[in-house]
Structure formats: structure tokens, C-alpha cells
Design a protein around this ligand. Structure first.
Ligand code: BJ8
Length: 431
């Protein structure tokens, strides 16, 4: 099918006011539009309600940035994060915006490699490079960023990033015992204090209760989307679903939940009528592993170009972000923060040891999504996911689940090799 024309809209004056490298960024904008047109707009039988998310991409460097500038003018905080362990409910309770800054583009990596070592995770390099090169309006608009101590690459990069933008760090323990929870709880409280300092406002229990509801509703909408993807034929492509999971990290949460729910109405109707984006005989693949930050669509694109469909992402840009909710029935601030900490402790990132719950969760999601095979995806140099992959593979072998593990980065160099391996994997599923 022919590539459809698509434009990511330019806002050079706004970018200038954010002290960006405008000529260079404008080239990246044009390239994103071309890639998006080719990968997304040419998909057959797309749900109509994807129009909102296409529009979000068209306005990704414009309207949403303007909304954040307006929030900032009112003295409300804009906080950049790199990990789903940072509790966005606290920022929303202060009337602010929490935005995910993880990088999924190879374009900013050379900027990072002028400073950071080359042999570290591409996600860390991509994000850092965006700030160094002044080529990400989201990075330019934040008041401060909040990193965490999940993996070594991130933890040490924050020290260098702090030279370019105020960077605070949340200590995330590496185990989940009672004493780790005590530490975590204190770290969440410190985060709240930091957010309050910036906006010079004390967050009340009512503010936090309302914010917990808002973010729970966003997570509920994404859970609903995941559930309908289990239908056969698949009512939405994996690429579109991944796109929505990526947009979840920068859209306004109430509007986003509303739009995801509208899309789910359409998808549930499709499921009832037995309509899909691809024939029900197409292999159904679940992807598990490291997050795929915008615009990293490489693996989904390869799988779906080979005639299969992705039906689930067990990832932080995926179910790990929204599978758990916060108890909404707590009345004091300490009770609320305790419930919030409990929810965040359920996230099963491979930086924890032991991390048995992730293996169980993968098997559960495999069954729930009616997948027929698991593709484990690890970013290059991500030691924790790469090593935990051993246990995922063993569990799949034990259960007789068709399995493929790949390690990749953002460059196009390994595309041919990945394509061959993915096609062989799909043949295995087809039997
Ligand atoms: S909770 S997965 S968002 S840390 S891929 S930068 S771990 S070397 S992204 Fe993550 Fe939080 Fe865990 Fe989720 Fe390091 Fe690995 Fe790179 Fe990673």
C-alpha cells in the first residue's frame, strides 16, 4: 500500500522561545511526518477513532507544548520523568503536568555519544542527546526532571544531566522487603515536597484523591484497550496500540482517557461484529521486555509487515504502566501515600531481585491476550532485561510457548537480520 502524506506541524517561533536548535529540529519534524505517514496512515481498515491520536502526533511539537507553556505560566509545575516508578499522581495533584522524556530516536544519539560512553542503553543516550542538542521541546519546557536509581546507566547519567537541567533522583530500592518499602515511602514524600516547593502550594488530601482518580481512570482506559485486543480477529493493530501507550506519557490525562474509551467503544463493536484489521488466521504475537519509547516502532513494524499482529506489550510502555491501580478509599495523606507506594511497588521491573512476579505476569498476559507466541525484546546493553530473559525463555519452554528473543538498538542496521528471524518465528507459530 502507498505511503499516505502526513505532516507534523511546525511551530518555529515557539521553539525559538524555548531556546531550541530550530533548523535541525525542523528536519527531524519532517522526517517524523514521513515515517509516520508510511507506517501508520497506510494501514488498512484502521479504526476511525484513531483520528485523535493521529492529530496528537501532528501536533506533538505544537499544541501540546503550548498547553504546557500555559500551565507553567500559571505557576504550576512541569516535571519530566524517565521511569514509571515516579508517581505522576503527585504532580497532577499540584495542578501540574508529568511528561515522559524517554528517547526512542537514533537522531539524538550522536549528540549523547560526544559525552557519554557509546556502549550504554540507546534509550538513555537518546534522551540525554535530546537535551544536549536542544532538539526536544518537552525537555526544554520542564521545570525540572526526576530520575531514579533503577539501572546503572540511568543513575549515573542523572549526575551529568544535572549540568543541563535541574535533575533530582528518587532512590528506588532493588528489593521489595519491608525495610525497602519504608525507604520508598520516604522517597515518595520527598518527591511531594519537591513538587510543592516548585509550585509553592501544599497538596491537600482532596487534591491527591482527585489526582489518584484521574490517573486510575487513565489506567482503566488502557486496561480496557488491552482487553479488547484479545478478540480475534484483532480489532486494532499492535502499532496503533503501542502508539496510544506512548501518547499516554505526554497527553492530558482526562482527555486521553476519554479518547481511549471512545476508541474502545468502536473496537468492542468491531469485536462483536467479528471485524478486524487482519484476518483471524494471522499469527498473534505478544511482545515482552524493555519499553519502546516514541518513535521506536521498529519491532512492531517488522512483525506486522510480515503478516502477523501484536496483541500485547508486557513493558513499561505497555501493561506494566497500567495493570495496577491505587486504592481510592484512603482519607489521610499518609494513608494515601502508603497506598500509592504499595501500587508502585507492584511494578515488576527487572532491576529488582528477585523478580518472580514478572515471569508469572508474562504467562498470565500471554493467556489473557490469546497470543500464540512471545517475542522478548531487550534494548542493547540493558543488563537486567537481558539476563532476566533466561528465566522468561525457560518459562516459555516449560509451557511450550513459541519464543524468540531479540536484542536491538535504534539503528536500521539489524533490520534485515531481524526480519529473517521474525519470519522464521512466525513460521514456527503457523506450524
Ligand atoms: S520500571 S523498565 S521505565 S527502569 S532499558 S534505561 S532499565 S538499560 S527503562 Fe525502565 Fe523504569 Fe524499569 Fe520500566 Fe536502563 Fe534497561 Fe535502558 Fe531501561
Amino acid at each position: 500500500m502507498e505511503a499516505a502524506r502526513f505532516e507534523v506541524k511546525p511551530y518555529p517561533e515557539m521553539w525559538e522561545s524555548l531556546d531550541m536548535d530550530v533548523p535541525r529540529f525542523d528536519k527531524a519534524r519532517q522526517m517524523l511526518g514521513e515515517v509516520y505517514g508510511k507506517m501508520f496512515m497506510s494501514q488498512p481498515n484502521r479504526p476511525e477513532k484513531m483520528a485523535y491520536f493521529d492529530d496528537m502526533i501532528s501536533e506533538i511539537f505544537g499544541r501540546r507544548i503550548q498547553e504546557m507553556i500555559d500551565v507553567k505560566k500559571e505557576g504550576r509545575p512541569i516535571v519530566g520523568t524517565f521511569c514509571v516508578y515516579i508517581p505522576e499522581e503527585v504532580v497532577v495533584a499540584a495542578g501540574g503536568v508529568c511528561v515522559g522524556l524517554c528517547g526512542g530516536s537514533p537522531g539524538s544519539i550522536p549528540d549523547a555519544e560526544k559525552i557519554l560512553p557509546r556502549n550504554i542503553c540507546p534509550m538513555v543516550k537518546s534522551a540525554f542527546g535530546f537535551k544536549v542538542g536542544k532538539i526536544c521541546p518537552y525537555f526544554q519546557v520542564v521545570d525540572f526532571v526526576y530520575g531514579e536509581t533503577t539501572c546503572d546507566a540511568k543513575k549515573k547519567t542523572w549526575e551529568i544531566l544535572d549540568r543541563l537541567v535541574p535533575t533530582h533522583v528518587m532512590e528506588i530500592p532493588q528489593m521489595k522487603n519491608a525495610r525497602d518499602k519504608t525507604l520508598w515511602f520516604e522517597e515518595v514524600k520527598d518527591f511531594k515536597t519537591k513538587v510543592e516547593e516548585v509550585c509553592q502550594k501544599t497538596i491537600s488530601t482532596d487534591d491527591l484523591a482527585a489526582a489518584i482518580k484521574v490517573i486510575n481512570n487513565k489506567r482503566r482506559a488502557l486496561q480496557r484497550l488491552t482487553k479488547v485486543r484479545a478478540s480475534s480477529p484483532a480489532p486494532i493493530s499492535g502499532k496503533d496500540a503501542l502508539l496510544i501507550e506512548q501518547i499516554a506519557f505526554y497527553d492530558e490525562p482526562v482527555r486521553f482517557a476519554e479518547k481511549v474509551n471512545e476508541l474502545c467503544d468502536e473496537l468492542e463493536e468491531r469485536a462483536r461484529n467479528g471485524e478486524g484489521v487482519i484476518d483471524s488466521s494471522a499469527p498473534r504475537v505478544m511482545v515482552s521486555g524493555t519499553p519502546m519509547a516514541l518513535p521506536n516502532w521498529k519491532v512492531h513494524n517488522l512483525i506486522e509487515a510480515a503478516g502477523a499482529v501484536v496483541v500485547n506489550e508486557e513493558s513499561c510502555i505497555g501493561t506494566r504502566y497500567f495493570k495496577d491501580l491505587i486504592d481510592e478509599n484512603k482519607s489521610t495523606m499518609d494513608e494515601q501515600l502508603d497506598a500509592l507506594t504499595d501500587r508502585y511497588m507492584k511494578i515488576d521491573c527487572s532491576c529488582f531481585t528477585p523478580n518472580y512476579e514478572r515471569i508469572d505476569q508474562i504467562l498470565k498476559e500471554y493467556k489473557d491476550s490469546n497470543a500464540q507466541g512471545i517475542l522478548h525484546y531487550s534494548l542493547q546493553f540493558c543488563h537486567t532485561y537481558n539476563i532476566e530473559e533466561i528465566k522468561v525463555r525457560e518459562a516459555c519452554e516449560k509451557e511450550g510457548i513459541p519464543y524468540l528473543s531479540i536484542e536491538s538498538d535504534y539503528s536500521p542496521e539489524d533490520v534485515g537480520q531481524l526480519q529473517t528471524r521474525i519470519e522464521a518465528f512466525l513460521e514456527q507459530i503457523r506450524g
